[in-house]
Write a protein that binds this ligand. Structure first.
Ligand SMILES: *[C@@H]1O[C@H](CO)[C@@H](O)[C@H](O)[C@H]1NC(C)=O
Ligand SMILES: *[C@@H]1O[C@H](CO)[C@@H](O)[C@H](O)[C@H]1NC(C)=O
Length: 761
């Protein structure tokens, strides 16, 4: 039994831990913890004096009594401040001739969000690619024989490409560069081959004639077969922004065209270039000057510079080295591999690179975006394929931002923006993890805490040796031992079963709770007809305490005994039972001869005669209209003989015998509706029936006859016996004398013969 109780207690404890702590506001002891709770929306009360919990959920406020004035309720709300873009005005501005400094393709640029954890913040972002937005395309090719045909294609089609791109934007620039290899053994023999890491042949320009001319002039087709300085060249192309005329804010595309693989960081040591690549521009004239000083850049260095400068790199490489370049493209933000075909597809590659950079939008997040800030987008522009831009239309991106916890920076500035544009949205986030009243120095020894503690948000932090909600308790009872008294078990999580406050070692229970540890719910007693304690008592300490005249566990029993008083005898249940809930419960005693039943435990075999006797006196008085002491209140009715015998009448029959032998006949019964005895008296006396003279005469005659008959029978038996004896004696004497007497000589056995008269023989 005891172990069962413990098991139940543990189960309850577990429920308390899992349900109460996880899903309720009640487990928080400070304002900040309360209002930053994410499972529920909680409100904190900073009122100095209050009963009940300080931290309750919004739902509880409406359904429960929350003893807290409106002005003391702390309920931080989420605020989003944004300069809403007016999409019909000039919010989106593109550069028309060259780049306008204020070209805008992505709005808004600034957002202030103040939010409590767990709340979803909605905002929208808009993107519209500007018409005539500047685009810079730099064509970087390896200087090998196989590049001849691609160069030839560019020479022929260059003009067409330019015109085609102009149909999308009026603002295209082209540039050309090439690379071979670091000019040192063992990679290349500078005495036998033309070898260089990077050469710029044409800085970005919008004069297409010049582009075509330069393509013709570059002496491609050198017999060096393994050009591998691609990353060296790529770094210079990106690092030399002003030198190559890269425009700020323009869409920047680099098409690297090659049929060889690449060297990367570490490989330079073989030729003595052992300084780590410094990611800076080292152009002298149009050539990379420090190719033998600095090592090849690493892939991550390329990635960093490409990301910072928002370069879109297209690796156009032949099929047999595609694996190298797919891996490289995957490691660089915004990079892509396309297959360079034998029959040149270089024009198509450049056109697609442009279209893709304008028709598909990809957003990128700050690399150090905090983990506790969740962002979901619709459409999900963090994945490119979901985010298509329709020409000349505004793309709306709905964002849901949620701070999931207080584990993270409180006031971060977060950036999100199109991956290949210089524009971005910067979100100034303010995460509310503490209340205003918790900021600033605490008030020490404040009067709210009996001058013995520091006060904050309605809660006192007591000085040593003090305790209680307002540090009012002191002395021996204070401290840990004192608050311990407010827990029924050491293992309890909360004071006073979390239904009250611990006050100097005593629980002050909230309304509807009672007990030393507030462990009794005064709303949980038995209900009868949906009323606590049947409406006839008070629920306290887990039990019903009944009001006067009510009893029972649920107070549904009337203690009124009037219904149990036997109207015939005026005692409760005739002394043969107990009055329970206003009704007699008769004793069942097997020893007693009489077994009592009935409404008053007064019906038994011999009882009805006794009842008649009890009524006789009054019946007599009534019949002769004399006054008599009435012991009880009875309804008396005097009727004629027909009436008293009629079927409508009920009751036990009684008769009172008068002195001259005549009877007063009456009936009686107890009516449960009016709770009265009813007596019906016959208005006529009844004479006892006359005795019949023939009955005693018959009996006397019968007796005489019987005696006579018996005498005759006995005489006959005696005679027969004497005869038998005589015959026996005669037979013995005859035998002795030699006579045979067993056979009667005159006796002949009778014969029988049947014949069927209808039968003819
Ligand atoms: C007896 O009383 C009833 C009404 O109480 C009446 O109808 C009936 O006639 C009476 N009978 C005699 C024989 O008087
Ligand atoms: C018997 O006695 C009662 C009074 O005691 C009287 O009213 C009644 O008429 C008497 N009856 C006879 C048959 O004498």
């Amino acid at each position: 039994m005891k172990s069962l109780v413990i098991v139940i207690a543990i189960l309850i404890e577990m429920c308390v831990v899992t349900v109460y702590c996880k899903q309720s506001c009640g487990s928080h002891a400070s304002c900040g913890a309360c209002t930053s709770f994410t499972e529920d929306t909680c409100v904190w009360c900073s009122q100095a004096v209050m009963t009940g919990r300080r931290c309750v959920s919004l739902a509880e406020i409406s359904s429960h009594k929350f003893d807290c004035q409106e002005k003391h309720r702390i309920y931080p709300t989420t605020e989003v401040k944004v300069s809403r873009p007016d999409l019909n005005s000039n919010d989106f501005r593109g550069g028309e001739d060259g780049i306008k400094k204020d070209a805008v393709q992505f709005v808004p640029h600034n957002l202030d969000i103040t939010t409590r954890p767990g709340t979803v913040v909605n905002f929208d972002m808009y993107y519209k690619p500007a018409k005539d937005f500047p685009i810079d395309v730099y064509y970087l090719m390896d200087h090998s024989f196989t590049m001849i045909q691609h160069t030839a294609t560019l020479q022929q089609e260059g003009k067409n490409l330019y015109n085609e791109l102009k149909s999308f934007t009026n603002n295209v620039r082209f540039g050309i560069g090439s690379f071979v290899e670091k000019p040192a053994l063992p990679y290349a023999d500078p005495h036998r081959h033309v070898a260089y890491s990077f050469r710029n042949h044409l800085s970005l320009t919008d004069e297409i004639e010049q582009f075509v001319k330069v393509l013709k002039d570059v002496p491609f087709g050198a017999n060096y077969e393994d050009p591998e300085a691609g990353l060296d060249a790529l770094m210079q192309v990106m690092a030399c922004e002003p030198e190559l005329n890269w425009r700020k804010g323009a869409r920047r595309i680099i098409v690297l065209c090659t049929d060889g693989t690449y060297h990367s960081a570490g490989d330079g040591k073989m030729v003595g270039a052992d300084l780590t690549n410094d990611m800076k521009c080292h152009l002298k004239g149009n050539s990379y000057d420090a190719e033998l000083t600095f090592d090849y850049p690493s892939v991550s260095q390329i990635n960093k510079v490409a990301t910072d400068g928002k370069f879109i790199i297209i690796f156009a490489a032949v099929e047999n080295i595609h694996e190298d370049y797919i891996a490289l493209a995957n490691a660089i933000h915004g990079a892509k591999y396309v297959e360079l075909k034998r029959k040149s597809n270089i024009i198509e590659i450049i056109r697609n690179a442009y279209l893709e950079s304008t028709r598909v939008m990809k957003l990128s997040l700050d690399p150090n975006w905090p983990l506790n800030v969740k962002l979901s987008l619709n459409p999900d522009c963090l994945k490119t394929e979901d985010c298509k831009v329709v020409h000349n239309q505004i793309l709306q991106i709905q964002a849901n931002l949620t701070v999931s916890s207080c584990d993270g920076p409180r006031k971060p500035v977060l950036k999100i923006g199109p991956a290949n544009l210089m524009e971005s949205l910067s979100i100034k986030l303010n995460v509310l993890c503490e209340c205003d009243c918790e900021k600033g120095p605490q008030k020490n020894n404040s009067k709210e805490c009996s001058s013995n503690g520091s006060y904050q948000c309605g809660v006192c932090k007591c000085n040593e040796g003090r305790s209680g909600s307002s540090c009012q308790c002191s002395g021996e009872n204070a401290g840990i031992s004192e608050s311990h008294k407010c827990k029924a078990n050491e293992t309890d999580l909360h004071f006073c079963s979390s239904h009250g406050t611990c006050n100097c070692g005593k629980c002050d229970c909230n309304d509807d709770f009672s007990g030393n540890f507030c462990e009794f719910d005064d709303k949980s007693c038995v209900r009868v007809n949906n009323q606590l304690c049947g409406g006839h008592g008070r629920c306290h300490l887990g039990k019903c305490h009944c009001t006067q005249n009510w009893e029972g566990d649920d107070c549904s029993c009337s203690a009124e005994v009037s219904g149990c008083i036997n109207p015939y005898t005026n005692n409760i249940c005739s002394g043969k039972g107990k009055c329970v809930c206003g009704e007699c419960v008769c004793e069942k005693e097997s020893k007693q001869k009489e077994s009592h039943g009935g409404a008053f435990c007064d019906s038994c075999e011999e009882c009805s005669e006794r009842r008649c006797q009890e009524l006789e006196t009054q019946v007599h008085c009534t019949y002769y209209h004399t006054t008599c002491n009435k012991d009880y209140d009875a309804v008396v009715d005097v009727v004629n003989r027909t009436e008293i015998n009629s079927k409508q009448r009920q009751g036990e029959w009684c008769k009172k015998t008068l002195e001259n032998g005549t009877w007063i006949v009456f009936r009686h019964y107890y009516d449960h509706t009016d709770r009265k005895i009813h007596v019906i008296i016959q208005d006529q006396l009844e004479a006892p029936p006359k005795a019949d003279i023939w009955v005693p005469v018959g009996i006397a005659l019968g007796t005489v006859l019987l005696i006579g008959l018996l005498t005759v029978i006995i005489w006959k038996i005696l005679v027969d016996y004497y005869d038998a004896k005589e015959y026996e004696k005669f037979a013995r004497e005859a035998q002795d004398a030699g006579y045979e007497i067993t056979k009667n000589p005159f006796y002949i056995q009778p014969g029988t013969q049947f014949s069927n008269p209808a039968f003819q023989q």
